[in-house]
Design a protein around this ligand. Structure first.
Ligand SMILES: [Mg+2]
Length: 237
């Protein structure tokens, strides 16, 4: 009988948060240099930009512009606080560095390729189940070189129960495994529709947090993608 894997992309198969982190650190340092000798620090600036980004995401959804806009806005806020002119070239460079993150090559998490190969070898239908901007997400999958191991790509503006049900179409949820790192976007909706939920314990951000029923019989936490193939074989035969 057919089995269906719905696999998340960002920070499940592919490193994402760390790329944002590197851009945030560079931007914070650039801002500190501009406002020197004001007492600013990298972590506090990262936190402030992050808070603006999170507020934008809550207000307007997962737009690729949220993060770069957050850095430019933070720069203008700081200029006002410090009574210093905000150089538009610096604002533009902060924006650019942040905006390029979604176009950078994403390293694999350990076990990513082997997981896709195992799914293919064992006859699973593989859906990449991801959220955000459709063209950005499509380009990421294309760049990865994994297209031949993937059957479908579903990009939802937001991953929740409704969009998961829509993506399932007529697939029997009890034969579906959702594999992802986000409690809010991957795990909670999977359990709600009656699918298996493989919770990969990779880094995530506040937007992805949600309370989880970790006692649920279909909740399967894993520390690494390397654990997934063996557990999948036990669960859905
Ligand atoms: Mg994710």
């Amino acid at each position: 009988m057919q089995r269906f894997a719905f696999v998340d992309w960002d920070d499940t198969l592919k490193v994402t948060n760390a790329l944002y982190d590197a851009a945030s650190q560079e931007n914070a340092r650039k801002i500190m240099a501009y406002f020197s000798p004001a007492k600013l620090n990298v972590r506090a600036l990262q936190r402030r930009a992050h808070a603006i980004d999170l507020a934008k995401t809550h207000a307007a959804g997962l737009r690729p512009d949220n993060y770069p806009e957050a850095w430019a806005e933070l720069f203008y806020e700081l200029a006002e606080e410090h009574g210093k002119r905000a150089c538009p070239h610096i604002a533009a460079s902060l924006y650019r560095r942040a905006a390029e993150v979604v176009h950078l090559p994403q390293p694999d998490y350990p076990g990513a390729r082997d997981l896709l190969l195992t799914l293919r070898k064992n006859g699973w239908e593989v859906t990449i189940w991801t959220s955000g901007d459709e063209s950005v997400q499509k380009a990421k999958v294309k760049r990865s070189g994994y297209e031949t191991l993937i059957d479908r790509l579903c990009v939802a503006p937001e991953k929740n129960v409704d969009s998961l049900l829509q993506a399932l179409e007529d697939r029997d949820p009890s034969r579906v495994c959702v594999i992802g790192n986000s409690p809010r976007a991957d795990i909670a909706p999977a359990l709600a529709v009656g699918a298996w939920a493989f919770h990969v314990q990779h880094s995530t951000w506040e937007y992805d947090e949600a309370p989880l029923d970790v006692e649920h019989p279909r909740y399967v936490p894993v520390d690494s993608l390397k654990e997934v193939p063996a557990k999948l074989a036990l669960i859905v035969s």
